[in-house]
Design a protein around this ligand. Structure first.
Ligand code: ZN
Length: 72
């Protein structure tokens, strides 16, 4: 039996959230969330618009999304 040392990672279920922060469907977390970062929206390549000229629904037209940063 191997005992896992879980003390390295602290999971906070009640972590602070930015109330009122606008999340887009392409966002994986709110702005400022630890372990996440801004990235170019893969849906519109950062243009904020789709090829048809419609606003990108994933990033809400901002051209950026918040996604989790894969550590390691
Ligand atoms: Zn987009």
């Amino acid at each position: 039996m191997v005992e896992r040392n879980a003390s390295r990672v602290q999971i906070k279920p009640n972590a602070k959230r930015q109330e009122g922060a606008q999340l887009n469907p392409g966002d994986q977390a709110g702005p400022g969330t630890p372990g996440t970062g801004e990235n170019i929206c893969p849906q519109c390549q950062g243009r904020g618009r789709l090829e048809e000229g419609r606003p990108c629904p994933d990033c809400g037209g901002s051209g950026k999304i918040i996604e989790g940063i894969g550590g390691g």
